[in-house]
Design a protein around this ligand. Structure first.
Ligand SMILES: Cc1cc2nc3c(=O)[nH]c(=O)nc-3n(C[C@H](O)[C@H](O)[C@H](O)COP(=O)(O)OP(=O)(O)OC[C@H]3O[C@@H](n4cnc5c(N)ncnc54)[C@H](O)[C@@H]3O)c2cc1C
Length: 579
C-alpha cells in the first residue's frame, strides 16, 4: 500500500482492493499477496470475519487431497466426474457448465494452495452429501477448518468477530459434529461425560487466563488462520470502512471510494476490485425482489452477518454488472425460529439438530406432515414454502414429546436438565400435557394432529416412513440418533407428554441469487462480456450450483474457490490473457 503519487491525503494506491473480510474475500487477499500483489482489505464492520466467522467452517470440495485419503481408508470410491454429474443434475436448468468446471478444477487446487502458503489447515470430514438418493452423491467430500489458537492474532484478537452467542454452551464453541455428539451423550455415557468435562475444564482455564477463550474452531478458526496470514504479510484490514462506490474509468473498475473512520478515501487499485461483501441477507429491497413471496414478510429471520446488506450487488450494478435471480433458491435456506425476547440475529435459532432426530415431527397449518423432517435444511425449507404456498408467510410447527425434548432440546431450548420455563413464559416454547391441548394452544385442528401423530407413530415403530421415506438414506441416518434402539435412527414415536411445539419459519444462512460472473469470477455485463477489473466472490456471486446445496460446505467451498480464482486472474496467473 502506498500514498498517492500526487500526495493527495485522501488517496491510497494498491494493486488489488478486496471488499469484505469473510472467507471469499480473505482467500482472495492471501492468494493475491502471495502472487506479489499489493493488497488492501476493507471491512464495513468494526470486526472482521463476516458470516464465515460464525459458520460451521465446512467446505464442500470434491477431489480435495484430504477427502481422497479418507476415501481410500474407508474404501469409498469417488471421481471428479461423479461430482460433476451430481452438481449438474442438482443445478438442473440453472447449471452453468463453464463455471462448474472451473469450480471443480480450482477447488482442490485452492485447498492445496492455502495449506501450502498460509496458516489455513483442513481435515476431511465423513459427512454424506445432502442428496444421497442421487447415484453420484458421496460420503466424503467435505472438509472442516482445523481449530486454532486465536491468541496468535495478538493485538488484532479484539477485532475478530465473535461467535453467535446462542450457539455457545456456557461460552464454549463446539468444534465438530463428533464433539457435538459427545455433548449430547454426556448425561448417559461416562466416557462422553469425561471427554466433555475435560473440554469444559480447559475452556474455564482458558477463559480465566485470557478473559476469553483462545481456542477457536470451525469458521472462526478459518478466519483467524486467514487473517493471521494476512497480518504477517503486512496486508491491512481496514475496519469500520465500508466501500461506498466504485471508481470506474475508461470502462474499467480502478478502485473504490471507502468511508474510513478518518474520512472518505479513494483507494485506487491497479489490478482491480474484488467484491466479497457476503450477499444480501440484510437488504430488505433485494430480499423482496429475489425471494418467493411467502419466504419474507418484512421480518428478517437470518443468522447471516448483519453487515451483509447487498452492497456488492449495488456496486456491481453501478459498474454495469448484473444481479441475477436465475437460481432455484434465492437463499441458502435454513429453517429458523425466533425468540420474542431477544432482538436481532442473536434471537434467531437455526434448526440443525432437533428436527432430524427421533421423537420430532414437523406439521403445517393443516396439522399434517408435509415432508421428510430429516432432509437437509436446504431441502426442508422449499418443502415448507410449498406446503405454505397459500400463506402470506410460510411456517411449520416442530413438535416433540418429552423424551425427545429432554434428550435433544428443541430450538434454543437446551436438553435436560437445562431450564425451559423462561422459554415457555416468553411464548417461544409451547408446552401442553396432551397433543390435543397442544394443538388448541397453537391453533391447529386437535383431531387432525392426533391422527397425524398416530400414523407417524405406527410407521416409527415399524421403522418405515410410509409418507416421506424419512431415514431411508445415508444422509438421514447420519443425522439420526446413533444410540437409538428403534428400527430407524430417525423415526421415534411421540408418546409421552408433555408435548412441545416451536414455530419455524424460512430463514437463511446466506444468499444464492447474486452477481453474474464468468469462470474467472469476473463480473459480466448483460451480454456476458467481462468487466475489466471487477470480480465477485463468496455469496456476492450468483451461486455456482444454480441455487442447489449439494453437500456440507456448499457456500464456503465455492466462496473460497472463486476468491482464489479471482486473485490468480487479477495477478495474471490464469485466464485467456495470462500476463
Ligand atoms: C450458523 C451458520 C453455520 C454455517 N455453516 C456453514 C458451513 O459449515 N459451510 C458453509 O459452506 N457455509 C456455512 N454457512 C454459510 C456461510 O457462513 C456463508 O455462506 C459464508 O460465510 C458467506 O461468506 P462470504 O465470504 O460471502 O461473506 P461473509 O463471510 O459474510 O463476509 C462478508 C463481509 O463483507 C462485509 N461487508 C459488507 N458490505 C461491505 C462494504 N460495503 N464494504 C466493506 N465490507 C463490507 C460484511 O460486513 C462481512 O464482514 C453457515 C452460516 C451460519 C450462520
Amino acid at each position: 500500500m502506498a500514498g498517492s503519487a500526487n500526495g493527495a491525503a485522501d488517496t491510497i494506491e494498491c494493486d488489488l482492493l478486496v471488499i469484505g473480510s469473510g472467507g471469499g474475500a480473505l482467500t482472495a487477499a492471501v492468494t493475491a499477496r502471495k502472487a506479489g500483489l499489493d493488497v488492501v482489505v476493507v471491512e464495513k464492520q468494526p470486526v472482521f470475519g463476516g458470516t464465515t466467522a460464525t459458520s460451521g467452517g465446512m467446505l464442500w470440495i470434491p477431489g480435495n487431497r484430504h477427502s481422497a485419503a479418507l476415501q481410500e481408508r474407508l474404501g469409498e470410491t469417488d471421481t471428479l466426474d461423479n461430482a460433476r454429474k451430481y452438481i449438474i443434475e442438482e443445478a438442473g436448468n440453472y447449471a452453468d457448465i463453464d463455471r462448474i468446471d472451473a469450480y471443480l478444477k480450482y477447488g482442490p487446487e485452492m485447498i492445496a494452495f492455502l495449506e501450502d502458503n498460509s496458516h489455513v489447515r483442513f481435515d476431511a470430514a465423513e459427512y454424506p452429501d445432502y442428496n444421497m438418493d442421487h447415484p453420484n452423491a458421496a460420503k466424503v467430500r467435505s472438509l472442516i477448518a482445523r481449530e486454532y489458537n486465536a491468541g496468535k492474532l495478538g493485538k488484532h484478537l479484539r477485532e475478530l468477530k465473535s461467535e453467535l452467542p446462542q450457539m455457545l454452551f456456557f461460552g464454549f464453541a463446539i468444534g465438530s459434529s463428533v464433539e457435538m455428539k459427545q455433548f449430547f451423550r454426556a448425561g448417559r455415557s461416562p466416557k462422553a461425560f469425561a471427554a466433555v468435562a475435560g473440554k469444559m475444564a480447559r475452556h474455564v482455564v482458558d477463559t480465566a487466563l485470557h478473559g476469553a477463550p483462545r481456542r477457536v474452531v470451525r469458521g472462526r478458526a478459518l478466519i483467524t488462520r486467514l487473517a493471521q496470514t494476512l497480518f504477517e504479510l503486512k496486508v491491512p484490514i481496514l475496519l469500520s470502512s465500508p466501500a461506498r462506490e466504485l471508481i470506474v474509468t475508461d470502462g474499467g473498475v480502478r478502485g473504490a471510494v471507502v468511508d474510513t473512520p478518518n474520512g472518505a478515501r479513494r483507494i485506487l487499485a491497479r489490478r482491480g476490485v474484488v467484491l466479497g461483501s457476503g450477499g444480501f441477507p440484510h437488504d430488505d429491497k433485494r430480499r423482496q425482489q429475489a425471494y418467493p413471496a411467502n419466504a419474507y414478510d418484512g421480518v428478517r429471520r437470518s443468522v447471516a452477518n448483519p453487515g451483509n446488506t447487498g452492497d456488492g450487488a449495488r456496486l456491481a450494478e453501478q459498474a454495469g454488472g448484473v444481479f441475477s435471480k436465475e437460481v432455484s433458491n434465492a437463499g441458502a435456506w435454513m429453517p429458523t425460529s425466533v425468540r420474542p425476547d431477544v432482538a436481532g440475529p442473536a434471537g434467531v435459532w437455526p434448526h440443525l439438530v432437533d428436527r432430524l432426530k427421533p421423537g420430532f415431527i414437523a406439521v403445517g397449518a393443516d396439522a399434517r406432515r408435509f415432508g421428510n423432517e430429516s432432509a437437509a435444511y436446504s431441502a426442508f425449507v422449499p418443502m415448507m414454502l410449498e406446503a405454505g404456498a397459500k400463506q402470506p408467510m410460510a411456517f411449520a410447527w416442530l413438535i416433540g414429546d418429552k423424551r425427545a425434548v429432554d434428550k435433544w432440546g428443541i430450538g434454543r431450548v437446551r436438553p435436560k436438565p437445562m431450564p425451559r420455563r423462561g422459554f415457555i413464559r416468553s411464548g417461544y416454547l409451547i408446552e401442553a400435557p396432551t397433543l390435543a391441548d397442544l394443538a388448541r394452544k397453537i391453533g391447529l385442528d386437535p383431531e387432525q394432529l392426533q391422527q397425524t401423530v398416530m400414523r407417524f407413530n405406527a410407521d416409527a415403530r415399524r421403522g418405515v416412513d410410509s409418507e416421506f421415506n424419512r431415514g431411508a438414506n445415508a444422509y438421514d441416518a447420519y443425522q439420526g440418533d446413533d444410540d437409538y434402539d428403534g428400527p430407524n435412527l430417525c423415526l421415534g414415536p411421540l408418546e409421552k407428554g408433555p408435548f412441545y411445539a416451536i414455530k419455524m419459519f424460512p430463514g437463511e444462512i446466506g444468499t444464492f441469487a447474486g452477481i453474474r460472473t464468468d469462470r474467472y469470477a469476473r463480473v459480466v455485463r448483460e451480454d456476458g462480456s467481462p468487466l475489466d477489473g471487477l470480480y465477485a466472490v463468496g455469496n456476492d456471486q450468483l451461486n455456482v450450483f444454480g441455487g442447489a446445496y449439494p453437500g456440507a460446505g456448499a457456500t464456503l467451498g465455492p466462496g473460497l474457490t472463486f476468491g482464489y480464482v479471482a486473485a490468480r486472474h487479477a495477478a495474471g496467473l490464469i485466464g485467456e490473457e495470462a500476463r
